[in-house]
Write a protein that binds this ligand. Structure first.
Ligand SMILES: CCCN1C[C@@H](O)[C@H](O)[C@@H](C(=O)O)C1
Length: 600
């Protein structure tokens, strides 16, 4: 569990320099790098872009599919002007695990490929010189790690991952690395939680500093840079008259500035943008500022050609323009926390985010879908170790993202196996342990898979609202049989309707693989016409039940998966192609969404 997760910035007290660009890179097939002292020098390295997944740059399959240890190295100059500060390396994401060395000294390790961590290198750094930064990384999958899977050893001795999930195991330094410097006495964290009155809002804040010395003052400025509230102390209330509330697709942000001072000297300053809004679940309504909202959006992936899972500002900008064009207002960070820049986009654009940890593949049936076993995942002997990593990553996700107005809810699992009682103790622990992590007390949920229905799931008591992943028309009752698929879906939803459950239901996945340009009249599966027909079927169902409060088809765009007889160079359920061009269904769904108000 990380202490320092604030987004890096440069100001009169702090220094932040991105180390993006070409790093030295080398596979370590024999896992000999440590023994051979690669922490001092990588032998015969190649050049590798950062941020990027290494996989798709290569022209040979052994390199693209490489599984095991691999190393990065870069010489980093540290200016002498930073002396006396905490010097750190902040990694946006190292997938899936890393150990950091500086000038040959081991600094720290980190497990989890989708959340940041800070390596404090103060003790190892040489000022006004180049410093050798080396990472030893590994991308193997295991049942006791997130995301879940296996790592097989082929007869030729090469390793191969067996994901229990449907996205490619892109690996590497997938997000930016920053050289940062902060005052020894600095702001480590802050929280800001809003409550609303009659034309007034109160932002209750807390500030954590690395040392108890010094006094803290907090200022809030509006979009015209006018001070609207101030307060002193490491916790307090900022009272804002006539607040400009943050609303869905009508975002207003304030700048919160924290200063730490001692003897009239400024020790540290940290600024961030926050939004004044509340999130509540009221019966079967999801409410923002007390107004019901209807979620229109997508399951997504951080995925693009060339750099794989790397965060790419250009792709993100295009994705937001596509989602706005569609009339969308939300998305789920399926199936892992995304780069921080994505949440800042959503804050500015007024999108709601369901923030998800990579607790994906917790279902052996998924493995069987990919060639694994078919048993109850939570009965496995790996769950104790898995739980520790799972809680660690939920804690860090909430810690990192808690101040974003765009974050609506926390998704603690994607499609876990809840059709066996063995899941219940794990869920009881996880939902109890995470209840108090979010100062804003946002709803917590998880996605229910096809096999985890109203009748078969043992874990319906846990979520604050429901996310349903349902695939009639594709994985069953497909093609001409889709009418039975609709009937089955309605039968299940009739049970939800007849029950005493009064919570919102959001459809978080549904869709059809579609080959762009494939047309057939009448339709056939994989044709563009069939994708529209499937969406029309689901939309008929959604419009029949008032407790359905959101629709997020799978997926915004086509994305890469493992190769297999079920995939045509990846998953093609996108409403857009992988190079972000629309399929026919995008025009159909856009028309529907433009007719549905955000507060419907
Ligand atoms: C059947 C599993 C649920 N869902 C998970 C998602 O990650 C996959 O990409 C999607 C699919 O198979 O298209 C299905």
């Amino acid at each position: 569990m990380e202490q320092e997760l604030l987004y890096p910035l440069t100001n009169k007290c702090r220094f932040d320099q991105k180390l993006d660009g070409l790093w030295d890179f080398k596979f370590d097939r024999e896992s000999q790098g440590l023994a051979d002292n690669w922490t001092a020098k990588l032998p015969d390295p190649i050049k590798m872009p950062v941020p990027a997944s290494f996989n798709d740059f290569f022209t040979d399959k052994d390199s693209r599919e490489y599984t095991g240890d691999f190393w990065y190295a870069k010489r980093v100059f540290v200016p002498g002007s930073l002396r006396g500060k905490l010097i750190g390396l902040r990694f946006g994401a190292a997938t899936h695990r890393a150990t950091v060395y500086v000038n040959g000294q081991e600094i720290r390790s980190h497990e989890g490929g989708f959340l940041p961590f800070l390596a404090d290198i103060t003790s190892a750094v040489k000022f006004d010189e180049d410093n050798l930064v080396v990472l030893k990384m590994n991308n193997e999958l295991h049942r006791d790690a997130l995301p879940a899977g296996d790592t097989a050893v082929l007869k030729n001795g090469k390793k191969m991952v067996k994901p229990f999930f449907d996205f490619y195991n892109y690996s590497g330094l997938n997000r930016s690395v920053h050289l940062v410097a902060m005052p020894e006495n600095h702001v480590v964290d802050y929280t800001a939680v809003s409550s609303l009155g009659d034309d007034v809002a109160t932002v209750h804040y807390t500030v954590t500093t690395s040392q108890s010395a010094g006094s803290v003052s907090v200022t809030l400025r509006d979009e015209n840079d006018q001070i609207v509230a101030t307060s002193n102390g490491r916790s307090g209330d900022l009272v804002v008259q006539h607040p400009q509330l943050w609303n869905v697709r009508d975002a207003h942000l304030y700048t919160l500035t924290i200063q730490v001072t001692a003897n009239d000297q400024l020790l540290d300053e940290y600024s961030d943008e926050i939004g004044i809004r509340t999130i509540t679940i009221a019966g079967h309504q999801i409410e923002v500022n007390g107004q019901p909202v209807y979620l229109k959006g997508f399951g997504r992936h951080e995925d693009s050609i060339y750099a794989g899972r790397a965060f790419d500002l250009n792709v993100e900008k295009r994705d937001f323009e596509l989602m706005k064009w569609m009339g969308a207002n939300s998305f789920r960070t399926s199936h892992y926390p995304y780069d921080e820049e994505v949440y800042r986009f959503a804050d500015r654009e007024g999108f709601l985010i369901i923030d998800e940890v990579p607790a994906v593949g917790f279902k052996m049936a998924a493995a069987s879908f990919l060639g694994g076993l078919d048993q109850s995942f939570f009965a496995g002997d790996w769950t104790e170790e898995l739980y520790k990593k799972h809680l660690d990553q939920v804690t860090d996700m909430i810690h990192r993202d808690k101040n974003h107005p765009s974050v609506l809810a926390w998704s603690l699992f994607n499609e876990p196996d809840t059709s066996s009682k063995s899941a219940v103790p794990y869920f009881e622990k996880m939902f109890a342990a995470t209840k108090a992590l979010d100062p804003d007390q946002r709803p917590r949920t998880f996605t229910l898979n096809e096999d985890d229905t109203f009748d078969t799931s043992y874990c319906k008591q846990f979520p604050d609202f429901y996310l349903l992943n349902r695939y009639p028309g594709w994985y069953h009752k497909w093609g001409y049989e889709i009418s039975d698929g609709e009937a089955g879906l309605r039968e299940e939803l009739d049970k939800w309707a007849a029950s005493d459950i009064d919570k919102p239901v959001v459809f978080s996945e549904y869709g059809a693989d579609t080959q762009p340009g494939l047309h057939k009249l009448p339709s056939v599966m994989w044709s563009e016409e069939y994708q529209i027909e499937l969406l029309q079927m689901f939309n008929r169902v959604f419009d029949s039940y008032d407790f359905i409060r959101g629709e997020q088809p799978w997926n915004l765009a086509d994305f890469q998966t493992v190769e297999g007889n079920m995939r045509v160079n990846g998953n093609k359920k996108g409403l857009f192609t992988r190079d972000r061009q629309p399929k026919e269904a995008a025009f159909y769904l856009r028309q529907r969404w433009l007719d549905i108000d955000n507060n419907f």
